[in-house]
Design a protein around this ligand. Structure first.
Ligand SMILES: NC(=O)c1ccc[n+]([C@@H]2O[C@H](COP(=O)([O-])OP(=O)(O)OC[C@H]3O[C@@H](n4cnc5c(N)ncnc54)[C@H](O)[C@@H]3O)[C@@H](O)[C@H]2O)c1
Length: 269
């Protein structure tokens, strides 16, 4: 039996990366999927591929910075498939050039990052909850980040927004558990599709090498790593798990910060 049989799911950011991998995996596991993204051409490609594989999916263009469009996205699941069981708040934005250290922070960029990366998660959750509660429950999965749990050299707004996503995940779990709502966050480390790794420009390739070096496992993440975790959190197999932040980062955050330097210096301590 498929792991998401008879369930209806919305995945935001479904036109690429982790959202695409998750939407496809959910559909392959029997869910009826609303694939939501701002990128219509990307959505059309994903929907065509899922349908060709026999899955049930509908595309919904949404700008997650727009409250009315988020409300409409939730309504699309109800109008198309009659219910909503799973919401993955996954889409986000990051502008490396403007989202820098706190002293040099572009204040407009700060506000926009909060709007797209934190307020959007609150709004998706706010409008999904009444529909899910009416069904008897549901699973909300928020994509947070390693960056929401540590201090960063740059991208201060992104990291603060993702820390907010973690807090919101816990509040949602605390407030609505008795009504059958589970809410968990996935915190990816560095994740990239293989073709992007293979074609990475020099600066990115150097960054990938640094990440590979620090991790316990000898690779960076693939979008399927996140999709597989999202599938578990969406399915009834995780029905006793709520309010959790699960790192899928190849062991990046679990180490004593001195471990890598000790290994390099060949010191056993
Ligand atoms: N890739 C990583 O290394 C990494 C690490 C930690 C956390 N994350 C988080 O994982 C999530 C997915 O990242 P990814 O690497 O798969 O990204 P990606 O860039 O491959 O995909 C993001 C998708 O979101 C869509 N999107 C962007 N702005 C939107 C908007 N305003 N409205 C609707 N859709 C919009 C894009 O069109 C795109 O399809 C994000 O929340 C990101 O912050 C990524």
């Amino acid at each position: 039996m498929s792991r998401l049989e008879n369930k209806v799911a919305i995945v935001t950011g479904a036109a690429s990366g982790m959202g695409e991998a998750t939407a496809k995996l959910f559909a392959a596991q029997g869910a009826k999927v609303v694939a939501a993204d701002i990128n219509v051409a990307g959505l059309e490609r994903v929907v065509a591929e899922v349908k060709a594989a026999g899955g049930e999916i509908v595309a919904k263009q949404v700008d997650i910075g727009n409250e009315e469009m988020i409300k409409d996205m939730i309504q699309t699941a109800v109008d198309t498939y009659g219910r909503l069981d799973i919401l993955m708040n996954n889409a986000a934005r990051l502008d490396f050039h403007k989202d820098v250290n706190v002293k040099d922070m572009d204040v407009f960029e700060w506000d926009e990052t909060m709007r797209y990366n934190l307020k959007s998660v609150m709004l998706g959750t706010k409008y999904a909850l009444p529909v899910m509660i009416e069904n008897g429950g549901g699973s909300i999965i928020n994509t947070a980040s390693m960056g929401g749990q540590v201090g960063e050299m740059t991208k201060s707004a992104y990291a603060a927004a993702k820390a907010g996503v973690i807090s919101l995940t816990r509040s949602t779990a605390v407030q609505f558990g008795k009504q059958g709502i589970r809410c968990n966050a996935i915190a990816p480390g560095m994740v990239m599709p293989k073709d992007r790794i293979d074609n990475a420009p020099e600066a990115l390739a150097a960054l990938i090498d640094i990440y590979k070096d620090i991790k316990l496992l000898d690779r960076i993440g693939d979008p399927m790593d996140i999709a597989n975790l999202a599938l578990f959190l969406a399915s009834d197999e995780s029905s006793f798990i709520t309010g959790q932040v699960i790192n899928s980062d190849g062991g990046m955050l679990v180490q004593n910060p001195t471990v890598n330097a000790l290994k390099k210096a060949n010191i056993s301590w």
